[in-house]
Design a protein around this ligand. Sequence first.
Ligand SMILES: *Cc1c(COP(=O)(O)O)cnc(C)c1O
Length: 460
Amino acid sequence: MPVKVFLTEDEMPRQWYNLNVDLPVRNPLLGPDRKPATPEYLGTLFPMNLIAQAISTDRWIDIPGEVLELLYRWRPTPLHRAVYLEKALETPARIYYKNEGVSPPGSHKPNTAVPQAWYSKEFGVKKIITETGAGQWGSALAFSCALVGLECKVYMVRVSYEQKPYRKMMMETWGATCVPSPSDQTKAGRDILSKDPDSPGSLGIAISEAIEEAVADKSGKTKYSLGSVLPWVLLHQTIIGLEAKKQLKKFGEKKVDVVIGCAGGGSNFAGLSFPFIYDKINGAQIDIIPVEPTCCPTMTKAPFVYDFGDTAEIAPIAPMHSLGHTFVPPPIHAGGLRYHGMAPQVCQAIVDGLIEPRAVHQKECFEAAVLFARTEGIIAAPETGHAIAATIQEAKKAKEEGKEKVILFNMSGHGLMDLKGYDLYFQGQLQDYAYPEEEIYKALELIKDLPKPQLAKAGS
Ligand SMILES: *Cc1c(COP(=O)(O)O)cnc(C)c1O
């Protein structure tokens, strides 16, 4: 029985899938003036050729030949059948996972870092500034900038910078500069430090710092880059689901019953699931599940509002489920899942009832990830542990129901730089924690004057 399917470079998809055509986001991004964000305003942050992808009305967008060649460094990624996990669970379900951990930085993130770096270079950009939580995005962008020849600077959330020194070393090996955030290099950072010199930082603060420095260069040669949430990021990630479809066919599967991905800003979930949401819009019966931590319950507890993408209120205002842009997350060991918001396209799919978000406690995630490591062999990132936990829940349900379901999940990254979290789990030092709902509503008081998004379905 085959346990993995590879594709050749020739078989790699030539186009990305643009869900916006089939599921238009009903509320636009807003600029600082609280009016719909214009391309000119977004152009101060991002190169215009990426913004063009966000407003494209084409369902399929060509991947430039040079980008394909860069992606060949590690793509197509293998699709595995988790036969050993299935056996351990005694489930009649067939479980498949897309292994995005094989990229050089170790996650799905270079799927968009590479095209973002390439399009930036095409546009005449010389330097890219970004932020990183756990370090996955910073290392993906550092890697990509090295391949295309751009300067790269990364503001890394301080608590991760201290917990994960190897991520910083990876970034430096690829030639990037990495500074802990909050830093004294920006006004946003200095303001936070003056109030709280020991601030552990947050993704929201690091985004403020990166944007502030990027827009300070009036020559237009420095741009900001974001590793999740934005439409073009999700677009670039659809290569995951498009490859997976071809590979499932080679495994002999005719349909999929359940599609699962963990969701921080929503990009790896979107990358795997959007091509399947297309099928669902066109009549297929698929349960599509984004999974988040109970201590950062953006999709399962937070209301759908307009909120800022960052703490200092300089990023665009997005229609999304939000825990409030002042959210400073509890220090759980899934750094990539601690963002206060969620991609507007993922939120639109929630509003339309196409996907069903789920929250899982961190101990269950580590328990699932340890079982995965001891059966399939791969040590997954703690973020990915959320997808594995939900997969195991679904496999057990299939067993109870006696159904031969096909379950597909995204193995978004390996956890070889996150072993500290595993260590604390083994020592019994991890706590489960449900973020109190009062805190969400307290934080949202701060944005009560922002416009309210319409809870309007896309209608597909
Ligand atoms: C960053 C990251 C995530 C979460 O980000 P998304 O944009 O929601 O995909 C999940 N898994 C891994 C391994 C990551 O590095």
